[in-house]
Design a protein around this ligand. Structure first.
Ligand code: S3P
Length: 435
């Protein structure tokens, strides 16, 4: 278990390029593996979560070569996966397990999936249910609360039309991927829009999708074409420095090459509503995804209300938005975000607990949190609870502390942002690694 000591450093200045988008990286590996031919991926996130996805496909017989500047995936087509010899280890990654379940549901073989203690606690039934309706056989075996194997027995699938019970891109994507293997048409309907990276990448790879009024439909019998892809920077990683810059003192940060897909930009809208001077420069498109450079400067923030359709567009940014809220004038209310309770940790409970140590009044609710600001931040020993986004949020908060703080158990940062502490240092942060 690794801890870091973070010293006060209220002024963060400079320019960085955050690592590749985690959601897009998973899909780039998965859809390239299922394509006909070789794909070269640049800017892929080399975090543990994406390495888990790569590990699963290697076990399924897909050759994936990792070079310092690119990853080459030798696609086997939709029908070319081989039965795995071992249990597929999804590590900490919910996206890996849920999307793999969709892909494996239509294979002519049986697979078993597992993960770390955190992933093994998270709900998979939400994905298993529609896949069973399509004809797959899915069972969970539990040795203890933290040990689980999900067995997916692939079967010939039939298309269904499924109304998502929660706004979740992972459920939506799992059903659409299974739809590539199902007879007839498969459709999903979402009440509130969730991230649409799967739809964009499938279309980019030549799959015809019909999308209208919250309904997405796909027909079976389509093949995916191999193509080289560049992955945009992750707005969920950029979020730490957008907030770090906004709550700093005379900070100015330029974040280059950040994905600004409208299903992910809730953080930008909320920070702007809180008064943050954000600039979006050099807007362009790569691989079917919009990308821009983002500039942020320090400012006095005001509270916001974060609820409704905004929630899926910033769900992973709520921990760091709690830090922005703690520095802002007034009480920020987060609602309609019960999904936070089933992320890598219960993020409502984790942020309520850590904000308390920071000297901030916060009140957790079943579906959200109230954060009262502005607070004078205290130093402390902050606990990640093995959740990467909690760890990085508390590290950013600690840059505004009165003296050094510690963030405990920061290995988890490797899942999504392996060079987070180096980049924090390059902007003027003062960080010491303890072991
Ligand atoms: C993700 C979707 C979101 C998000 C997760 C990544 C994805 O989860 O929280 O970090 O890549 O599809 P849900 O779809 O379950 O809300």
């Amino acid at each position: 278990m690794k801890n870091v000591r973070v010293h006060p450093a209220p002024t963060l200045k400079g320019e960085i390029q955050v690592p590749g988008d985690k959601s897009v990286s998973h899909r780039a590996v998965m859809l390239s593996a299922l394509s006909e031919g070789v794909s070269t991926l640049r800017g892929l996130l080399m975090g543990e979560d994406v390495l888990s996805t790569i590990g699963c496909f290697r076990e399924l017989g897909v050759q994936v070569e990792i070079f310092p500047d690119r990853v080459v995936v030798h696609g086997v087509g939709l029908k070319g996966l081989r039965p795995p010899q071992r249990v597929l280890d999804c590590g900490n990654s919910g996206t890996t397990m849920r999307l793999m379940m969709g892909i494996l549901a239509g294979q002519p073989f049986e697979s078993r999936l597992t993960g770390d203690a955190s992933l093994n606690r998270r709900p998979m039934e939400r994905v298993a249910k529609p896949l069973r309706e399509m004809g797959a056989q899915i069972e969970e075996f539990r040795a203890s609360e933290t040990e689980r194997v999900v067995k997916v027995t692939g079967r010939p699938l039939r298309g269904i039309h499924y109304k998502l019970p929660v706004a979740s891109a992972q459920i939506k994507s799992a059903v659409l991927l299974a739809g590539l293997y199902a007879s007839g048409e498969t459709g999903v309907e979402e009440g509130t829009a969730s991230r649409d990276h799967s739809e964009r990448m499938l279309r980019h790879k030549g799959v015809a999708l019909e999308i209208s009024g919250g309904r997405i439909r796909v027909r079976s019998g389509q093949s995916l074409k191999a193509e080289d892809l560049e992955i945009p920077g992750d707005i969920s990683s950029a979020a730490f420095f957008l907030v770090g810059g906004a709550i700093g003192k005379d900070s100015q940060i330029l974040l280059k090459n950040v994905g600004v897909n409208p299903t992910r930009t809730g953080i930008l809208e909320v920070l702007q509503a809180m008064g943050a001077p954000l600039e979006s420069l050099n807007l362009r498109e790569i691989g079917g995804e919009p990308v821009a450079d983002l500039r942020v400067r320090s400012v006095s923030l005001r509270a916001a209300r974060i609820a409704g359709a905004l929630i899926p567009r910033l769900i992973d940014e709520i921990p760091i938005l709690c830090i922005a809220a703690a520095a802002a004038q007034g009480t920020t209310e987060v609602r309609d975000a019960a999904e936070l309770r089933v992320k890598e940790t219960d993020r409502i409970a984790a942020m309520e607990r850590e904000l308390g140590k920071l000297g901030v009044k916060a009140r957790g609710l079943p579906d959200g949190i109230d954060v009262a600001g502005p607070a004078t931040f205290q130093a402390g020993d902050f606990e990640s609870g093995t959740d990467h986004r909690v760890a990085m949020s508390m590290a950013i908060a600690a840059t505004r502390g009165p003296k050094a703080s510690r963030v405990l158990d920061v290995d988890c940062v490797q899942t999504s942002y392996p060079n987070f502490f180096e980049q924090l240092q390059s902007l003027g942060g003062k960080v010491e690694l303890e072991s």
